[in-house]
Design a protein around this ligand. Structure first.
Ligand code: T4K
Length: 391
């Protein structure tokens, strides 16, 4: 192989522009500063900072309306929302999850002494493979958590069928899927409930935050109690609980950011198209696509490095980082290869060939409102030149 030549070397030869600004993956999408400051000023006036304040309630109503779902229960982050949903559903024993997801999906189970059992994914969709889920069912299985990875719907119908056949609970980690739909129906309406993340790096953020959305009245009521220590009034605790509350200032950020979601989608979509154009024709490189017939937030630009590419995924990541292009290996190396699961289930990988294959080949590229077509073009030019230089 030829020695690594960085894009800076190539720039010296006039093949590329030199980068001075660092480019980041997932810079937060932020709405109007003035509108946020006005909200914060109102919070100061009211002196109502937490404990189901008016802004949290307004945000819940708006998020529920947007997803066409009866209840939105806002929480301090997506991980606590997962933990509370898992507990409210009464999951125990073993629960089937993908390994190809952010570690929080598995940790939310392990944290509550529930065994995450990792099922393989479909290598094309990156979502759970229903046949693999079937293979992992044991007498101890109580539920399935599907993940709508990259905001693209998991195989909801097949998973629901499996859950019904085996008397299992089904819920979804919809951390990536704010504002997305599956087969024309908004995310939030599938399984017993679905969990959203409003983390800073997500399509829609409240600094930190999350929510469970559901059409189940009793489940929503239980989760409202559980996020507030089980309090049903002064001095009255009627349920086990924790502190999962969203604070007012987070909800204020959410209300501001909600105003911008259409324009953020437009930017993300534009960036995605620019990436698609810029990367087409590079040997071994392909981009995961979104079905434009669905509602998508286009928040993830997922590039796959195939066998025809002359360099490895890790080489590309290293070369991009050398250019301050902060591409990421999400979700390498798969949850089953992280602790404590690596030690607890050292042979799990034997049943996860597609997870292993995909995790070794994915590069997630920077997008969002701090990027534009010109910057995307610079990134794709770097990728093109770096790879073509190795041919
Ligand atoms: N389920 C799934 C499928 C998930 O993906 C996640 C979270 C969850 C559940 C749990 O939801 P939360 O409990 O987080 O609500 C991020 C996020 O921390 C995490 O929320 C997210 N998934 C995961 C996929 O990614 P990193 O490792 O990307 O964060 P970090 O700090 O490296 O930031 C990425 C880039 O963004 C950096 O280049 C810097 C930039 N950045 C970041 C922050 C936080 C900023 O410019 N400003 C900022 O404030 O984890």
């Amino acid at each position: 192989m030829k020695p690594l030549r960085t894009a800076q070397d190539l720039a010296i030869n006039g093949a590329l522009p030199a980068f001075e600004q660092p480019l980041h993956v997932g810079r937060p999408n932020m709405g109007s500063r003035e509108a946020f400051i006005k909200h914060v000023s109102d919070i100061f006036e009211r002196r109502w900072l937490s404990n189901n304040g008016p802004m949290v309630q307004e945000l819940e109503q708006r998020v529920a309306d947007l997803h066409g779902v009866k209840h939105c229960v806002a929480m301090c982050n997506g991980t606590v929302a997962l933990e509370i949903a898992i507990r409210a559903l009464g999951l125990e024993g073993e629960v089937i999850v993908p390994s190809y997801t952010f570690i929080a999906t598995a940790h939310a189970l392990h944290w509550q002494a529930i065994t995450p059992v990792f099922a393989d994914i479909d290598p094309h969709t990156h979502n759970l493979d229903p046949a693999a889920v079937r293979r992992m069912i044991t007498p101890r299985t109580t539920g399935i958590i599907g993940v709508h990875l990259w905001g693209r719907g998991a195989p909801v119908d097949e998973l629901q069928m499996i859950a019904d056949e085996h008397g299992l609970k089904l819920m979804f980690d919809a951390a990536h899927a704010f504002g997305c739909s599956y087969k024309g129906k908004m995310i939030g309406n599938f399984g017993s409930c679905e969990v959203l993340s409003f983390h800073a790096t997500k399509f829609f953020n409240t600094f930190e935050g999350g929510a469970v959305v559901t059409n189940d009245d009793a489940l929503a009521e239980a989760m409202r109690l559980m996020r507030n220590f089980g309090f049903s009034g002064f001095d009255r605790v009627i349920h086990p609980g924790t502190n999962g509350k969203m604070i007012e200032v987070a909800a204020a950020m959410g209300l501001v950011n909600l105003k911008d979601i259409e324009s953020v989608i437009a930017v993300n979509r534009h960036n995605h198209e620019a990436y698609h154009k810029g990367l087409s024709g590079i040997p071994g490189i392909s981009l995961l696509t979104y079905d434009d017939a669905e509602h998508n937030n286009y928040q993830y630009v997922v590039m796959e490095v195939g066998d025809k590419c002359p360099v490895s995924r890790d080489w590309i990541i290293e070369a991009l980082h050398a250019e301050n292009i902060l591409a990421r290996k999400y979700f390498w190396p798969g949850c089953h290869n992280m602790q404590p699961y690596r030690e607890l289930y050292p042979h799990a990988g034997l049943l996860l060939p597609n997870t292993q294959h995909v995790a070794d080949r994915i590069v997630v590229l920077p997008t969002g409102t701090t990027m534009d077509t010109e910057i995307v073009h610079s990134v794709t030019s770097v990728i093109s030149v770096l790879i073509n230089d190795r041919l």
